[in-house]
Design a binder for this molecule. Structure first.
Ligand SMILES: [Zn+2]
Length: 234
């Protein structure tokens, strides 16, 4: 199973000493605020880790917890509680930002279950990644080669103050194509969510590998779209 998800060791509440899960921001027993000590983003919201999330419920819980953590409520509390209200708020904001975004949520949950997802596959240095043929998705080799030439041409044209409407149109078309391919990746990812959420261990492992590959492809496409957008000066 998911080792990282399961090994959250219960901690004792500082106020009432009753044990609870480490990612609860408030003690389930005495309701006192707890320090931000770990666990995972899902359990902060009382959610079981899954990819197909009820976003309405997530937002509702976020606002509820935000209100409960508001510093005004701790004006007369201990220094620790004051500090925790700020630290818990920061943690809650990070958790919400990550979980509400479908791609960030997928990356987060896959990492949590031990998958290696990294910039190293697609390259933070997009130029390097784009020009290294071994990193180009096989079905895009020809198009990326063509695109690189057009981008060079476009940069040269801009430098010398020349407008080339044909080149501009061709780059815009390329951008639309890559945007479309990204939409396809997103649809494929969503299909894998269900497999991961509902499947047994084997199905889940296979879905995980597929999603890691899809995320690599998505990051690659996102870099291409960004390069084209920047070069077009949109
Ligand atoms: Zn307590």
């Amino acid at each position: 199973m998911l080792k990282v998800l399961d090994n959250a060791v219960p901690v004792a509440c500082w106020a009432c000493s009753v044990s609870h899960t480490p990612s609860t921001l408030f003690c389930p027993h005495c309701s006192k605020i707890q320090p931000p000590i770990g666990g995972n983003y899902f359990s902060i919201f009382g959610l079981v880790p899954r990819l197909d999330l009820d976003l309405g419920m997530l937002e509702h819980e976020f606002h509820k917890l935000s209100r409960k953590l508001h510093p005004d409520r701790y004006a007369r509390a201990t220094t620790n509680e004051k500090d925790w209200s700020l630290a818990d708020t920061a943690l809650l904001n990070d958790a919400y930002r990550t979980l509400k975004d479908p791609i960030h949520r997928t990356e987060y949950l896959l990492k949590l279950s031990g998958a290696q997802i990294g910039e190293q596959h697609a390259g933070k240095d997009s130029d390097g990644a784009r020009k290294d043929p071994s990193r180009v998705p096989a079905d895009l080799l020809e198009e990326v080669f063509e695109l690189n030439m057009q981008l060079e041409e476009m940069r040269a044209a801009r430098k010398s103050g020349v407008t080339d409407p044909e080149l501009q149109m061709s780059l815009s078309a390329a951008k639309r194509k890559f945007d479309g391919l990204m939409d396809e990746v997103d649809q494929d990812l969503r299909a894998q969510w269900t497999v991961w959420d509902e499947g047994d261990e084997g199905a889940r492992a296979a879905a995980q590998r597929t999603m890691v590959a899809l995320l690599d492809r998505r990051r690659y496409l996102a870099n291409l779209v960004r390069d084209v957008t920047e070069t077009l000066g949109a």
